[in-house]
Ligand binder design. Sequence first.
Ligand code: PLP
Length: 380
Amino acid sequence: MKIPFNQIYTTGREIYYINNCIKSQGGQGKFYTKKVQDFICGKFKASKVLLTTSCTAALEMAALLVNLGPEDEVIMPSFTFTSTANAVMLRGAKPVFADIDGLTLNISPEDVEKKITSKTKAVIPVHYAGIACDMDKLLYIAKENGLFLIEDAAQAVNALYKDRYLGTIGHIGCYSFHATKNYTCGEGGAILLNNIDPKMIKRAEYLWEKGTNRQAFLAGMVDKYTWVDVGSSYTPADLLAAYLYAQMEELDIIYDFRRKVYERYYESLLEYEKKGLIRLPFIPSYAVSNYHIFYLLFTSEEHRNFVKEGLNKVGIEAVIHYMPLHLSPMGRRLGYKEGDLPVTEKAASTILRLPLYPDLTEEKQEYILKNLSRLLNALE
Ligand SMILES: Cc1ncc(COP(=O)(O)O)c(C=O)c1O
């Protein structure tokens, strides 16, 4: 049996909406873009949403919006994807890596506090695996120190902290609709503008539309549009929004499918956690997960690699990530070295991710679990 790590779920309506989009306007308008933006505003209670070409683009917009420059530092986890740090580096600012909490693998608010200097301008927490960071603590730290809080909610669409959806709690939130995410259009993202000055919201529209006031023109507020600020091409084609709209319609169905797969893994593997062979994902009482990732943490890198290779050998694509940013060639150029972020380093060397998607049938999951049990028993 071959079981890929990820498989894109389609609702069946994607083609219908894409066809509609092409027929009605040649895919040039913003009909579906607006529909998805309105959906996100309504469902997640966001004040303003702009769809983007990726979460990478949303993070870059956020960096522009808060006016990052060469004098600024931004605190973020090292246990994240490159886009979180690139957005900051592209503005000439410096990413400062904080360690993570060993239980949730989310940024440690205590370490964030330690890393604040007079140059710190923002904090970018990453809601790893769709499980919320400790937002009350982070909001407090941001307020006390006058910092922008930008949520990298790439993995966290439709997940909550207490009763608030992730991406809507900080000043700015960034979503990903990449093919590997719970809700997808292949490549896509969104920037959510929450608790910020309305002038910044207006500015976000300029940045989004190549530095022009085209949105004001389309709304009939000006009779021609022109260059008013810096900007880039962050707007996705409406065809992608048409695809995404179908996924948004099945938000809860996709969520339920993923939850079932996640819970089956959790219940079946609990006995191995009790034996101390592995640690399963931890969801704090303040968080409602979107079941983006199911991971195992081993007691050593050797054990992790043994199980990974064993699964790969029988056609199960179990994968590892992230290579901590502070230990990457780029991170080392920033002055980091091994031992700087011990919890991050331990997590990265002992984590293993299992396939998780709506189309993972019970039969396939049984096959994964049977092989996992065989390999875990061999570790005893
Ligand atoms: C934490 C995090 N931030 C940002 C990104 C970038 O998202 P995108 O591929 O939509 O640009 C990813 C992608 O996996 C991610 O995991």
